[in-house]
Design a protein around this ligand. Structure first.
Ligand SMILES: [Zn+2]
Ligand SMILES: [Zn+2]
Length: 116
């Protein structure tokens, strides 16, 4: 019987993974465990949305950033909308003026016709 193989198996090194004392969940990194404790067990929300009209708070920086992206997207949409509106108004104004001119010209011609 060759026992060396068996002993090798039992001696196989298992790196101690950081474990949560509260729910016994193990994590690959110490930092992951820390975020787990603060977000899951302490429910700490340290990250506040930087937008003054929004009071939302987040437990992690990445969650907060994900949320901020929504604001940024909305802002861009607003700007684009405003720009589109402006150009549309300019165009309408140009058409209106053009039509006005045509109308006046036609009227002048008609009044001339009536006079003669
Ligand atoms: Zn836990
Ligand atoms: Zn916000």
């Amino acid at each position: 019987m060759n026992l060396s193989q068996n002993t090798n198996l039992t001696l196989k090194k298992t790196k101690a993974r950081p474990k949560c004392d509260l729910c016994f969940k193990s994590f690959s990194r110490q930092s992951s465990l820390k975020t787990h404790i603060t977000t899951v067990h302490k429910k700490i929300k340290n990250y506040e949305c930087p937008y003054s009209n929004c009071n939302k708070r987040f437990s992690t920086n990445s969650n907060m950033r994900r949320h901020v992206r929504i604001h940024e997207k909305n802002n861009k949409l607003h700007i684009k909308k405003a720009q589109l509106m402006e150009s549309a108004i300019d165009e309408l104004e140009a058409i209106r003026k053009h039509e006005e001119n045509n109308f006046n010209q036609e009227n002048n011609e008609h009044s001339k016709d009536q006079q003669y």
